[in-house]
Design a protein around this ligand. Structure first.
Ligand SMILES: Cc1cc2nc3c(=O)[nH]c(=O)nc-3n(C[C@H](O)[C@H](O)[C@H](O)COP(=O)(O)OP(=O)(O)OC[C@H]3O[C@@H](n4cnc5c(N)ncnc54)[C@H](O)[C@@H]3O)c2cc1C
Length: 416
């Protein structure tokens, strides 16, 4: 049965996450009436969850380094991030009355380390500018006549708009709204969508029950991880967490794209862990060669090279017992302990997803070539980046870019 049609000369934004809300902001700023639709009872659920970790909105490093975080998508994202980069994100946040600060790692946060005040101020400003928010409107694709179909508490409805921005998110944490149900609807209309896969995710390692029971949940601080793969060498210092299923945390997320690809290609990926990055191999061997007398090996490791707790637990887990008696061999393990990762954790646990709408199917203003008048933004596009504020920055920048693209397209259509 055909759904009742509400004809309206307005722009629609589907998805009230940061990308969609930014698209709505620029469309409203261009004098266009905007309806924002979202399946959830309230806007920005994932944005609010990001606030629990302090809401890392962007990063203060130089622009070239910032851009390099997007890997081989840096080139296509560059125009968006040059128009709305890290400083613009800070200015925009402060324009909403939320002060920001740069943390010791260069990451940028709102002073209060919360998302709710920012989201509240943003939604208030959008409503003041006439943006209409329609919650509990689950987009179902298109009706035969091109109208957007929605499932609402009052039943199925359809709305026609002059331009549409889709900002439906990726596929991580689907319970917050971004469930990727849109993939077949776009693919069915000739839009190329790369498979959605976990990004910034944990990885599985076959830990022994002992390691799991004793150390799951513990951070492994001030270490260096490295790997070599078809793309070359990768090496980064920082911290990660031993979890009951394997490993997670910022250092792991930073390598997650390469780890995921290595596992897809070879069935496993190997990281090398340096437990004493401040000491060279020879120095570690010299320290370990000191006579330990009646001291236990645990005390010896702690006293000579500051390896204890979960770090010592990892050594015990992986190193053959005999090598603990040989300072040279043990030093080699301390400096390069192999961690064999066998699978990424499922996408619904990941911080973000990779894959999505291919840029090749979009014009330079964010419009889908297969669907004139339909634009895309945010995490549903085929790019990925590590944690560090790069995700939100690119979501905001691409939301702005596609909102401006839609406004420009509407202006052209109306002969302006
Ligand atoms: C735990 C966690 C912590 C994070 N922390 C950070 C951080 O500190 N810094 C950072 O940069 N990034 C962080 N991120 C990532 C960041 O939150 C996301 O990249 C960002 O929210 C994506 O924005 P988006 O607007 O593209 O999509 P989303 O925020 O996912 O919004 C998409 C919206 O579309 C709606 N939608 C989907 N399908 C439909 C449909 N069929 N009909 C109607 N509505 C629909 C959803 O309900 C949702 O509201 C974090 C993510 C997680 C999970």
């Amino acid at each position: 049965m055909a759904a009742p049609l509400t004809v309206s000369a307005r722009a629609a934004v589907v998805g009230a996450g940061p990308a969609g809300l930014m698209a709505a902001e620029v469309l409203a700023g261009a004098g266009i009436a905007v309806d924002v639709y979202d399946a959830m009872p309230s806007a920005g659920r994932k944005f609010l969850l990001a606030g629990i970790g302090g809401l890392n909105i962007t990063h203060s490093e130089p622009h070239a380094a910032f851009l390099s975080r997007y890997g081989d998508r840096a080139r296509v994202l560059a125009p968006m991030l040059e128009a709305f980069g890290a400083q613009a994100v800070r200015d925009w946040t402060e324009g909403l009355g939320i002060d920001t600060f740069v943390g010791s790692s260069g990451r940028v946060f709102p002073k209060e380390m919360k998302a709710a005040p920012l989201l509240r101020a943003w939604l208030h400003r959008l409503r003041e500018r006439g943006v209409r928010l329609h919650m509990r409107h689950r987009w179902l694709g298109w009706e035969a006549d091109g109208a957007l179909a929605f499932d609402t508490p009052g039943g199925r409805t359809a709305h026609r708009h002059d331009a549409v921005v889709l900002a439906l998110g990726g596929a991580s944490w689907p319970r917050l709204g971004s469930d990727a149900a849109w993939v077949p609807w776009l693919a069915g209309r000739g839009v190329r969508v790369e498979p959605l896969v976990p990004a910034n995710c944990g990885f599985e390692i076959d830990w022994s029950p002992h390691l799991r029971e004793r150390y799951a949940g513990q951070p492994v601080r001030a270490v260096t991880l490295s790997m070599s793969d078809d793309q070359g060498d990768w090496c980064r210092s920082g911290e990660f967490v031993v979890s009951d299923y394997g490993v997670e945390g910022s250092l792991i997320y930073a390598a997650s794209a390469r780890l995921r690809e290595a596992i897809a290609r070879h069935g496993r990926a190997e990281l090398r862990l340096d437990l004493a990055p401040g000491l060279g191999l020879e120095r570690v061997a010299r320290e370990l060669a000191w006579p330990r007398g009646s001291k236990s090996m645990a005390n010896h490791l702690r006293a000579r090279i500051k390896v204890d707790g979960v770090k010592a637990g990892l050594l015990r887990e992986i190193v053959p017992a005999a090598d603990f008696q040989d300072p040279v061999r043990l030093a080699a393990w301390v400096k390069s302990l192999p961690l064999t990762l066998r699978a990424p954790r499922p996408i619904d646990e990941a911080i973000s997803s990779a894959g999505g709408v291919a840029f090749e199917g979009m014009d330079e203003h964010g419009m889908l070539r297969a669907l004139p008048g339909v634009f895309c933004a945010g995490e549903m596009l085929d790019w990925e980046a590590p944690t560090g504020g790069y995700l939100l920055t690119a979501c905001l920048a691409s939301g702005r870019w596609s909102g401006l693209g839609a406004a420009r397209w509407l202006a052209r259509r109306n002969g302006a």
